[in-house]
Design a protein around this ligand. Structure first.
Ligand code: UDP
Length: 330
């Protein structure tokens, strides 16, 4: 199969590219390197079945050419990270909505099977846990930028499902829940790489709020396994939405303690008020847990990696990167 991955130089995309190449598929990636990074794919560029274009999904000519050669498109290119979303709301909405519009238009021209990445953010403030794909979505007011991200991703979902219903395009929507692992950058706010880096540098771990908010962290390799299996079963998965995530919940306080313990660091843990961490009026979700019964029933998927395995993998990666940066004087 020939697969086009938009956002393929990013954290999830680069791992997906690797997995598809390893099983014999051909992979093209389209990435503007805005939040992705060339070093994520540098080890793939010599591969005979790998092709990359450094460009934006807004470049319809390039997108059209790549789609014309693809059997499937995995659309991961998007504005990522709560921090980025709050700081640059216009870019976030435009990247997400206009990007997905372009990708679906190209997919329709060449009848590509399409997987669209959405997010657990669309569940918003819902307290109906665990979150089921057919549950109600509870967004906050439009005066708060965070909800612009959720709304833009929701529009992506509507666009994808409409293309399935109106044009019979085989589209599947995936809602990612706190995916973590090697290559994730902490630059845009993600908690696991931030804590691991802070611990390795002996700096305080910055827990926001009282730290009793919880999340479920899923290893990127588990997530990639789900994406590959979903791609392989369009007859089952087209027109459907699937949660992809772990259902093992952990508080951010406990996460901080585990990071300190696994790194052997003597970093203290500091609590920082939300008002200092984010823009005033920022609303955080207290809990976020996916119901993964639907994806399990469809393709037999469930996560396999424990939080400690995830932390050890991130730790090994960050140790190596810190070493390289220090050697390079960075
Ligand atoms: N968080 C934290 N310290 C940090 C970064 C994040 O305490 O340095 C918290 C954040 O407020 C949230 C959780 O960790 O409650 C997960 O944040 P992340 O940005 O990784 O993902 P989110 O679930 O918010 O999309």
């Amino acid at each position: 199969m020939q697969v086009l991955i938009t956002g393929g130089a990013g954290f999830i995309g680069s791992h997906l590219a690797e997995a598809l190449l390893a099983r014999g598929d051909a992979v093209a990636i389209l990435d503007d390197l805005s939040t992705g990074a060339f070093h994520n794919i540098a080890h793939l560029v010599q591969h005979p079945r790998f092709h990359f274009a450094i460009d934006s999904v807004h470049n319809s000519l390039v997108l059209d050419r790549l789609a014309s050669q693809a059997d499937a498109i995995v659309h991961l290119a998007a504005a990522v990270g709560v921090q980025l979303v709050v700081e640059r709301p216009t870019e976030t909405i435009e990247t997400n909505v206009l990007g997905t519009h372009q990708v679906l238009a190209a997919a329709r021209r060449y009848r590509c099977r399409t997987l669209i990445a959405s997010t657990s953010e669309v569940y918003g403030k819902s307290e109906d846990l665990p979150f089921r794909e057919d549950g109600d979505l509870v967004l906050g007011p439009s005066s708060r930028s965070r909800w612009g991200y959720a709304a833009s991703k929701l529009l992506d979902e509507f666009l994808g499902l409409a293309a399935y219903r109106e044009y019979e395009l085989p589209v599947t929507i995936v809602r990612f829940f706190n995916t973590v692992g090697p290559r994730q950058t902490g630059r845009y706010g993600m908690v696991v790489p931030r804590f691991v880096r802070q611990a390795l540098r002996g700096e305080p771990l910055t827990v926001y709020g009282d730290g009793e908010q919880s999340r479920c962290f899923c290893h990127v390799l588990d997530v990639v396994r789900a994406l590959v299996a979903l791609l392989d079963r369009p007859e089952v998965t087209s027109g459907e939405i699937y949660n992809i995530g772990s259902d093992q919940e952990v508080t951010i306080n406990e996460l901080a303690r585990r990071v300190v313990q696994r790194t052997g660091s003597d970093s203290p843990i500091h609590h920082i008020p939300y008002s200092q961490a984010y823009a005033p009026g920022f609303e955080d979700m207290r809990r976020r847990v996916p119901d993964i019964a639907k994806i399990r029933a469809a393709i037999g998927w469930q996560p396999t990696c424990s939080l400690d395995q995830i932390l050890d993998d991130v730790l090994a990666y960050e140790r190596e990167r810190l070493g390289t940066e220090e050697e390079g004087g960075g």
